[in-house]
Structure formats: structure tokens, C-alpha cells
Design a protein around this ligand. Structure first.
Ligand code: SAM
Length: 332
């Protein structure tokens, strides 16, 4: 479309997908993500403006990025988010604009977001029990999240609706059947995501990883599953219920890493480009944007970053060193 060479890393992977964090703040305190007291938030002037985000997305789309997902922190706490969605929905080349949210503000914002051009939403939800939900998120907010999902459902433009559920040994085993049953009862694709060493508390331990295979076994005790063929850059293994009642998926970055097909980069809320969730280094695009870099200079910086994209994460290697930021500071 622009004649520019695609963004390709040193291992031959073409970058098609960008996660954009719009804030590091969150209104939940999920135990596997943030401490109860929160984290030192970025000062507001450090956040990229909507115009800055729009410019970077436009440049990346010119180099082949097709999929943009807004995240955080909690993206819906960023004021006027629909304005950013409206800007990004018009970027030529971006054909998949989505949002990852905890859902607590979705009942109010689904309508304005859809009108601005949002077409897909992922809602994080770890339990359908009010007490267990409050235990894991440290917020008594399940009712509002379910209201948010119901509101999303009222907008047929927002499809598919996906639910992401982090699986933690000792917590999730009892939650899995109700979440699987939700995927049967509602038009939601429920996906179980393995716990990763990205918690700010640094308490992660390999023993707490409840694998996708283990969850699948729990589900199949009641409902047999049939695997659905997935696309080449898919991060999840998809299954339908054998009786045809719905779909669930497993994202297993720890026990079944998918780095060889990773086509993703990430932009933090303060404008740092990261080439892997587990990166130890980042590229400061905010500084370049604010010191007058030309489009050509920004493109070169983005290409250079991508050339340094890690071959794979090393979570399972002896001597693994944690990422330089935790999940909510990166943008999950
Ligand atoms: N606040 C939004 C939400 O709840 O979806 C977006 C940001 S949140 C950091 C994105 C996703 O990362 C959520 O599904 C959350 O459950 C997940 N997450 C956070 N910490 C994690 C960890 N240590 N391991 C695996 N997933 C994690």
C-alpha cells in the first residue's frame, strides 16, 4: 500500500500486531499482577498523547502492522478513550482494532467505543463467584463486569467477545467448570491463559502455573472437546465443544511457547517500544517524538528495535531473568 518494506525481525518474523498501552493505572488489584496498594503511577505528562499514539500507529501500519489492541493498566480509565479509537479506526492498513479490559467500565463505554469504530473486545474474568472474584481482584465488582459484558453483547459490531482467564494452581481449578459453562451458554469465547512471571510482587513460581493441558482435562471431565485448526500466528489452541455448544481456547506461553510465530510488538504508555513481554531493554520513542524526529527517523528507530526482537522468552531456562517491568506497566 505504501511501498515500504515490511517490519521484519532478524529471525524472519514479520510484525503484524501491536499492543498499545494507554495507561499504567488500573482500578483492580489482581493478585497475580499488582500489589494491593498499587504501583507508582507514571506522571500524566509522561503518557503519550492520542496524537503521538496515532502518529506511531500510522507509521507502523505503513510498515505492515494490521492488528492494534489497546490495553493497559486498565485502558478504560484513560479519559476520552473513544477519541483515540476514532483516530486509530481511520488509520489505513489497520484492519483489526480491539481492546483488552477488565470490563468494569464497559457498561458505560461500550456504546461510545463502538460508535468510535471499535470492533472487538477481550474481557478479563477469572471467576464467576462473587467471593472468589473479589479474592483474586481485591474488588467486589463481578456484577459490574457481567453488566459490561451484557452491554458489549448488545452491540453486534463487537464480535467475537473473548474472555481471558488467568489460571493459577490452587485458585482456578474450582473456577474452570463455571467459566467453561459460560462459553457454552453465551456467545463468548473463553480462553485460559497461563500465569507468567510478570507479577509486580515477584511471587511467581513455576509450581503455580496451571497448564492449558490440565485445564483442558478438567473441562473434558464434563464436556468433550474437538480441536479447531488455528491460523499460523495464533497464540491460542482453539477447541469447540463436541456437542456444538461453543468455543474455548488455551493460551499456554509457559508450557507450549509460541515465540516462533510471534508477530507482536508493544508500546508502553510512556512511549517505550518493547519487542517481547519479557524484554530487558526498550526503545524510547517518546523522547524521539518530543525532540522533533521526522517520520523517517521514527521508522528507522522502529525497524532497529524490531531487528533486536528476542528469538524467544527464557521463562523455562535456568537463570531466567525477569522482564524490566511488570505486566500492568508493559501493557498485557
Ligand atoms: N486491565 C485490562 C484487563 O484486565 O484485561 C488490560 C491489562 S491486563 C494487564 C491484561 C491481561 O494480563 C489480563 O487478562 C490479566 O489477567 C493478564 N495478566 C496480568 N498479570 C498476569 C500474569 N502475571 N500472568 C498472566 N497474565 C497476566
Amino acid at each position: 500500500m505504501t511501498g515500504l518494506a515490511p517490519l521484519t525481525d532478524s529471525w524472519g518474523r514479520e510484525i503484524r500486531s501491536l499492543r498499545v498501552s494507554v495507561t499504567d493505572r488500573c482500578n483492580f488489584r489482581c493478585r497475580y499482577c499488582m500489589p494491593a496498594e498499587g504501583l507508582p503511577w507514571l506522571p500524566k505528562p509522561e503518557l503519550l498523547t492520542f496524537e503521538e499514539i496515532h502518529r506511531l500507529v500510522r507509521l507502523m501500519a505503513e510498515m505492515g502492522v494490521r492488528e492494534v489492541r489497546l490495553t493497559g493498566g486498565e485502558p478504560l480509565v484513560r479519559r476520552d478513550l473513544p477519541e483515540l479509537v476514532a483516530l486509530l479506526a481511520k488509520v489505513p492498513g489497520v484492519d483489526d482494532l480491539s481492546l483488552t479490559t477488565n470490563g468494569v467500565l464497559l457498561d458505560r463505554l461500550a456504546g461510545p467505543l463502538v460508535r468510535a469504530g471499535l470492533r472487538r473486545v477481550n474481557v478479563s474474568l477469572d471467576s464467576l463467584s462473587h467471593t472468589r472474584f473479589a479474592e483474586i481482584t481485591r474488588r467486589d465488582a463481578l456484577g459490574r463486569v457481567l453488566a459490561g459484558l451484557a452491554e458489549a453483547e448488545r452491540h453486534p459490531e463487537l464480535r467475537p467477545i473473548k474472555i481471558n482467564s488467568v489460571a493459577i494452581r490452587g485458585f482456578s481449578e474450582t473456577e474452570v467448570p463455571a467459566l467453561a459453562e459460560l462459553a457454552r451458554r453465551k456467545p463468548y469465547v473463553v480462553r485460559f491463559l497461563e500465569f507468567m512471571p510478570l507479577d509486580a510482587d515477584e511471587r511467581w513460581d513455576a509450581d503455580q502455573v496451571l497448564s492449558g493441558a490440565e485445564i483442558r482435562a478438567i473441562v473434558e471431565e464434563r464436556w468433550p472437546l474437538v480441536e479447531i485448526a488455528a491460523g499460523p500466528s495464533s497464540t491460542s489452541r482453539r477447541f469447540r465443544f463436541a456437542d456444538g455448544a461453543g468455543e474455548i481456547g488455551f493460551i499456554s506461553p509457559v508450557t507450549e511457547p509460541f515465540c516462533s510465530s510471534c508477530d507482536r510488538i508493544r508500546l508502553t504508555a510512556d512511549g517505550r517500544l518493547r519487542t517481547c513481554l519479557f524484554s530487558r531493554s526498550e526503545w524510547n520513542l517518546q523522547q524521539s517524538l518530543r525532540s522533533g524526529a521526522t517520520d523517517g527517523e521514527l521508522r528507522e528507530m522502529i525497524r532497529d528495535a524490531v531487528l533486536h526482537k528476542e528469538l524467544k522468552h527464557r521463562v523455562n531456562d535456568p537463570g531466567f531473568v525477569r522482564a524490566s517491568r511488570s505486566m500492568s506497566q508493559i501493557g498485557g
